[in-house]
Structure formats: C-alpha cells, structure tokens
Design a protein around this ligand. Sequence first.
Ligand code: DUC
Ligand code: ZN
Ligand code: ZN
Ligand code: ZN
Length: 483
Amino acid sequence: MTTVIKNGTIVTADLTYKADVLIDQGKITQIGIGLKGDRTVDATGCFVMPGGIDPHTHLEMPFMGTYSADDFESGTRAALAGGTTMVVDFVLPGQGQGLMDAAQMWHNKSGRANCDYSYHMAITWWGQKVWEDMELSVKAGMTSFKHFMAYKGALMVNDDELYQSFKRVGDLGGLAMVHAENGDVVAELTAKLLAEGNTGPEAHAYSRPPQVEGEATNRAIMIADMAGVPLYVVHTSCEDAHEAIRRARMQGKRVWGEPLIQHLTLDDSEYQNPDWDHAARRVMSPPFRNKLHQDSLWAGLQSGSLSVVATDHCAFTTEQKRYGVGNFAKIPNGTGGLEDRMPMLWTHGVGMGRLTMNEFVAVTSTNIAKILNCYPQKGAVLVGADADLVVWDPEKSKTIGAASQQSAIDYNVFEGKVVKGLPRYTLSRGVVSVDDGEIKTREGHGKFIARDPRPAVNRALSAWKDLTAPRPVARSGIPATGV
Ligand code: DUC
Ligand code: ZN
Ligand code: ZN
Ligand code: ZN
C-alpha cells in the first residue's frame, strides 16, 4: 500500500517548494506534482519536513538511585506526538560492565519503541575490556562515545582516561562526545554549599556555574585535538562553553555544540521559585542559565557556531525528585522535553523571527543526521530516504500541560506555555503515528539504526598539525624551532 502526502510545501535544510511525496514500504519513492497513492495524507496549508531527530535521550536509565521515568514506549510516543521520528539514547554501562553487555540491556528495553532509535555508547569507566569492546561497538553500529567529565565518584572519567579513550575513538573512526562540566570543582562547590546549609534546589545551580562548563568544554576540545578525534559537546548551555566551541570551529577543528530546548527557553529564575517541587523539577545538569546565556545560544544557532537542538530527555516524577529533600545533590538530575522540542523551537525560533524554516530543519534533524552519519537515510526529504516525515501545521496551537502530555511524569517544565506550530501528521517509516492530531503509535514498530564509522577524511580535528609526527631535527643536532 502506498501513501501520498499531497498539497503541502516541502521544507528541507536547503529548499522550500511545493510538491507531493509518495511513500512505499517505508521509503520515499517519488517527489513531484500530482502524485497518487492508495492512501492520501492531506498537507494543505502545511509544511512537509524531515521528522525531528533527538540525539540526546535517557530512557529508562538507572541514574542517581532510581530509573528515569519514561521508557522506550512512552518516550518515543512523546517524540512522535511532537514531530520527532528518531531518538538516540545513551547506553550506560555499569562500573566494570562491558559495553556490549550494556548494549544488550538496552536492546531488551528498546523493543517497545514506537519510532526508530540509535545508541551512543557511554564510557563510564576505563580498562582493557572497554578498549576492546569499543571496536565491537563500532562494528555493531554504535560509533559515538560519550564521556562524563562530571559526576565524580560515579560516571566521571579523568583526563588520562579521556585522552586514551578519545584516541581509541579517533582510531576507530568514531565520534567523541562529552558532558563538559569540571566534576572536581562541582564536587568542591557542592560540599561547601551543603556545609553552609544551602540544601535547597536553588543551590544546585550555584554548584555548577558557567565557568565549570566553559573550562571543561575548552579542556575537552584541547584533548580531542591532541587525540585527533572530532568532538560533539552535548547540552551546551552557556556563553563560556559556546565561546570555546566557536573558537575551535574558527580554528578549523571539527567540533559541534548542542544546546537544549530547555536552556534556550527557560532561565535560572525558575530555581528561585519558593515552591520546592517547582524548582526541583527543573534540576538538571547543566542548570538553566540567565538570559544573556540564552541570547548566546540563539546567536549560535543563527550563525552556525551551534549545530543541533536536543532535549537530554531524562524525566523524573515529583516523587523521585523528592529524594533530594534536605540535600539538593540527591535530586535526580534531569528534565523532559521530547514532545515539546519541535513546537517550542518553532514557536520561539521561527515564530519569533530568530530562525528560518530551513534553519529549523537543519538544527532539529539534518545536521545531526550528517554528524552521526545516518544521512540521507534520516534527516532528508529525498527519494530513497526513510519516510520519517512530519506534516507541520503552522496555524495549530495549544497550551503545553502535563494533563495532555504523553510522557509518564506528573508535570511539565513548559507547563502553561503556548506553542503555535504542531504536527498534523507524523510518519515513522511511512506509518502514520500522529493522524490528523490523533496519536496512533505502534509499540515495537521502531527499529535500531546502525551507523557506520565516519569516512577517514573526517577523522582529523587539526589536519594541518600532526602532533604525533617526529619533530624535524637540525643538522647540528639541536631541535629546530617551530612546528
Ligand atoms: N544531566 C541531566 O540532567 N540528566 C541526565 C544526565 C545529565 O548529564
Ligand atoms: Zn550530560
Ligand atoms: Zn510553576
Ligand atoms: Zn544527557
């Protein structure tokens, strides 16, 4: 059975034009005028765009003494409801656990997914077993490796481990990723704040100022440069980190930054709310920042120094957040956003004149598909691409609220925000999962997307400066100066 999306305007990262899209067996088979199919999806007045890709989710993840509350079923249902057709989740090996063992645990959970998904592998400890498993991970299509520079005593890796792992990732043609916060300083500030009696959720933000993120981002970039690996910085939340990324890119380094929709649209005044629950529900790392940092992130998306908008969807219920009553360091870190990323970015980006529609597609889908090497299977409206599409109605609006959301938690950090621009239809490999606004997801429909390593030409960060080459020696035996 074929499906045709008719009467819409196709919007890609490059082009805006009127055409119909024909879908057969989950793939786009034709783009043109006057196409016919067995089923018609009416896109009159709508934009037909590549479905969103959220490259940063934590579904059913063991973390801070509990599990994040959205699993692959509710998480991907929320994704589709908001126009996102693929998520990339983080496999998080336990201490001493092999990477492929952990991947198997994730496979056991992800069988319930409603849309396609891929995995990043987290490097949560370092040893021979991890080094060996990294090659198996790449062969199995998990080619991106995330490192935590924070969460001391738990997930954090030190600089020697970071360098060794980055080098290995580079040799395997993979992509290095970092959660960039200086975990040692965060631990110091946390202990000091608690000792002084600052136990409330607002102190979470004081324990993780922009400087800890700026320092770690800069350090990760320098270590990646020395290791010869491209670097993706997750949840870039502040100017301090953005500045380091901007500078690296100006120097010709392959570095990308990923602001979150939360950091773009919510600020640190949320932590001053006298309601403990309100503030604790917004505890995530990095924390929300002030409006100057928000301006920096928007400018980065506009100028291209920041490349991708994600969510870091890691949702916890109010009950789970209350583990941290009396000690902010025990509040499970994380917020939701999967369902709201696209409508919020459209409203605050396209709707407010900050982004073009083509830029919207680039930062919600196409750029990350290219960075993660799954373009044009994903992130494209092209013949041969997967029919992961959203039919976007720019006139449809709603007020965001927990009462009507797909996520399993009991609140929404965007509660009360009005969005204009929502999916009329969302298609996951041709399966209509949002049907004229109605949720019709299919549990188990989602498939794992394996990704090849990056082509060799993409591996080097600073191709012009080979740090491992022997230095030239002058005839006198005195090393020549300069490189
Ligand atoms: N930050 C969060 O807020 N949650 C999950 C992990 C992370 O780095
Ligand atoms: Zn993180
Ligand atoms: Zn509130
Ligand atoms: Zn995360």
